[in-house]
Design a protein around this ligand. Structure first.
Ligand code: CA
Ligand code: CA
Ligand code: CA
Length: 738
């Protein structure tokens, strides 16, 4: 966990004035207000007192004035009650540096540094050297000079969309004849970097402005409680902008000892958050109490928001008394939104707590038919609140990103700590609970069967009634933009009473039940099932072929369901575009296929830039009740541009370049922008075409005169609303003129 101390060199004496006698901080503390600067091979210092006249020197760094106030507006951080610069990663921001003399781009060289933690290292992302670039590139750190007037230089800085989230110290480093001259530590230039749901490359990218306004920026919320026939609401002040809250939220990551290098990853942060919000194991934020005794604290119902709790915890460093599920969820939601992870509070009515992890809610009755409270360890909560956090899941197969359940109420131990999630809501719905973290537990909360068993005197238990619909009666969250309730039960489970709901449950039992519990429901060996998604071009119809093979000597019947989703390239599902069920009768040892036709009209209107799709297929063998489940990602082929140079390719002679494009879609393309570039051959040219009719071919010809002989490349791209990521290129060899 800790960085080796040997990598840190002491700065020369005299530059650390006032720092002696500080208590040593653990290596993971991000808010360390130490002024160590990173050391690199080329690091040097200007001897004290030596100041040649023409050495460039920083006089002041301006992050705020009328012009730079725009930083906070553009980054949606203007509401934070905090005087320091707060920006979101992967998005440019501005600053101005005042030097002691005019900056000379020919001679002077400087760069910006962001540093976090005690032992900054570039390979851990805790020391960032921001280089000067000609053009800012998304995905990479860099700064660009916009204007240089007299002694003032205006810059745009771009941060990487996966960098650490936290409070950075900032320095300007100038390369001089005497080595690197770095600005002194100045707390006023400290910069907070947050997650960025507005940035397509950020793992928390959320593609809807109204949802971003609600799930990131709204500091007020509604929490539902009561029961489904008497739904009650409570407003909650998340208060993520209040003074001190951002620092208190960042402190939670220090407190949880999350390694700094993991603080750019929402999967790790939300998992750590679910542990540190409760006081169990780690002296975390809130002490839970459910027994009506609230000594040395206040009853959970007293709280109206997260602010008091977080501020008290940050200042006292002691757990705050007391909370129940909605308090844990309210405070966790503040943490998520404050650092920029989209989050919402969810209420599940009739929520099962499956104590023994067999994915069923077991109620044991005695001989008289009374509930045996000694044997019965599972319980049903009238309602239970948790959080959902929005993120991609690069650690899981495609299709399981999006909303993830995270729950900080201490219920069950997960890998040694009271924490829960992130668990993919999509995986829970389909019963694919093999995917981490804690999805079997969450599945049981929303869709386990209640099984009533009777214990007989001889120790045997007989299963009596099974209630398949009691658990997960209704799942609610606040509506986007207004105060009403949004029913999201359908995102967690198929409708009760349907075959698909049963199949999801049985898939979950197959994947999620610990081995020592005997279950009749296992994957079928008698019948094999697999499916293939036809390799298809975007805009065309294609088929998904499901194959069943009966390995036994008896006939059997299989019912199958296919569910197709459009997904973002990050693996986050956007919407379901296909739902299909079929019945197949298999003769002994026979194979049979089901071909499901997917029409372009079914997916085209919902398709996203990179044309990625995801399919679930589940099936059940009628005779044995055994189930089969598979899921696969597929992507449609995006059409290409064809580049041609039909004539001669000679230096100094006019050369024709043709760009051809066949519109493969059954729709016309509007406002199409084509771009052609050929380094050393022609300057980039753009051309707009108002319309390309369906199934038609477009030809665009440009002329140029090659200036130099040798191998060259032509590159073209096409963009319009319905179609992106269309490229083409051509390698050519330019002959020298005779
Ligand atoms: Ca804890
Ligand atoms: Ca159980
Ligand atoms: Ca059910």
């Amino acid at each position: 966990m800790s960085e080796p101390a040997a990598t840190v060199k002491e700065k020369k004496k005299g530059t650390r004035a006032g720092l002696s006698g500080r208590r040593a901080l653990p290596p993971n503390v991000s808010n360390a207000d130490e002024d160590e600067v990173p050391t690199t091979e080329t690091f040097g210092l200007v001897p004290r007192g030596y100041q040649p006249k023409d050495v460039l020197e920083v006089q002041d760094i301006l992050l705020f004035n009328r012009e730079y106030e725009i930083n906070k507006q553009e980054h949606h951080t203007d509401k934070y009650f905090n005087l320091k610069l707060i920006v979101r990663r992967g998005q440019p921001f501005y600053m101005q540096i005042h030097f002691n003399r005019p900056y000379n781009p020919e001679k002077d060289q400087f760069w910006i540094e962001y540093v976090i933690g005690r032992y900054p290292q570039s390979n851990k992302g805790t020391y960032i050297q921001v280089p000067l670039v000609q053009e800012l590139q998304s995905g990479k750190w860099g700064y660009k000079i916009n204007r240089s007037e007299d002694r003032y230089v205006s810059l745009t800085v771009m941060s990487a969309p996966n960098c650490i989230v936290g409070k950075f110290r900032m320095y300007v480093a100038i390369l001089t004849d005497m080595g690197i001259h770095r600005t002194r530590r100045n707390p006023e230039t400290d910069t907070y970097i947050l997650f960025n749901p507005w940035c397509t490359e950020d793992a928390v990218f959320l593609d809807d402005e109204a949802e971003r306004q609600e799930y990131v920026l709204n500091d007020l919320g509604t929490i539902f409680y009561g029961d489904p026939t008497n739904i009650r609401t409570r407003s909650w002040n998340f208060g993520q902008y209040e003074e001190g809250i951002l620092d208190a939220c960042l402190y939670l990551m220090d407190r949880a000892q999350l390694d700094l290098s993991g603080r750019g990853n929402p999967v790790k942060i939300s998992r750590v958050g679910s542990a540190v919000i409760n006081s169990k194991d780690d002296e975390g934020v809130i002490v839970g109490s459910w027994d009506n005794s609230y000594d040395y604290g206040v009853p959970p119902s007293t709280w109206t928001g997260s602010v008091d709790i977080l501020l008290e915890y940050h200042s006292s460093k002691q757990p705050v008394r007391y909370g129940q599920c909605w308090v844990f969820a309210g405070v966790f939601n503040t943490f998520l939104r404050c650092i920029g992870i989209p989050g919402r509070v969810v209420t599940n009515y009739s929520s099962a707590h499956d104590n023994d992890a067999n994915l069923q809610l077991d109620i044991f009755l005695d001989e008289e038919g009374q509930v045996d409270s000694k044997l019965t360890k599972d319980s049903v909560w009238n309602y239970h609140c948790w959080n959902e956090a929005w993120m991609s899941r690069p650690d899981l197969p495609v299709g399981f990103g999006g909303w993830q359940v995270v729950d900080s109420t201490p219920q069950e131990n997960s890998d040694g700590m009271y924490r829960c999630g992130p668990a993919s809501v999509q995986a829970i719905k389909h019963g694919h609970v093999c995917f981490q973290f804690d999805s079997p537990f969450v599945f049981a909360e929303v869709n386990s069967d209640v099984v009533y068993s009777r214990a007989l005197k001889n120790g045997r238990k007989v299963v009596g009634l099974v209630d398949k619909t009691q658990i997960g009666k209704l799942i609610l969250t606040k509506e986007v933009g207004v105060d009403g309730m949004k029913d999201i039960t359908g995102q967690y489970k198929f409708q009760e009473g349907t075959e698909e709901e049963r199949l999801a449950l049985e898939t979950a039992l197959m994947y999620g039940v610990k081995k020592d519990i005997t279950q009749d429901i296992t994957a079928s060996a008698e019948v094999d099932m697999d499916f293939v998604v036809e390799d298809a071009a975007l805009g065309s119809d294609f088929s998904v072929t499901i194959t069943f093979r009966n390995n036994t000597q008896t006939r059997c019947a299989v019912t199958s369901f296919l569910s197709g989703h459009v997904v973002f390239y990050t693996g986050v599902p956007k919407s379901e575009f296909k739902n299909y069920s079929s019945d197949v009768n298999l003769e002994p040892l026979q194979s049979q296929t089901v071909e499901v036709l997917i029409k372009s009209s079914e997916y085209m209107s919902q398709l996203l830039e990179q044309a990625a799709l995801h399919f679930f297929v589940t099936a059940r063998v009628k005779e044995t009740g055994k189930i089969l489940a598979k899921q696969k990602a597929a992507s449609l082929k995006i059409p290409q541009l064809l580049l041609k140079v039909p004539g001669e390719k000679v230096v100094g002679k006019e050369m024709a370049v043709m760009v051809e494009f066949v519109n493969p879609l059954k729709q016309k393309l509007a406002n199409v922008l084509l771009r052609l570039d050929g380094p050393g051959l022609l300057n980039p040219i753009s051309k707009k075409f108002k319309e390309i009719p369906r199934n038609s071919t477009l030809t665009w010809e440009e002329k140029c005169v090659p200036r130099k002989a040798g191998p060259r490349k032509l590159i073209a791209s096409l963009n319009c609303d319905a179609l992106r990521h269309v490229y083409g290129e051509l390698d050519i060899d330019i002959q020298s003129a005779v």
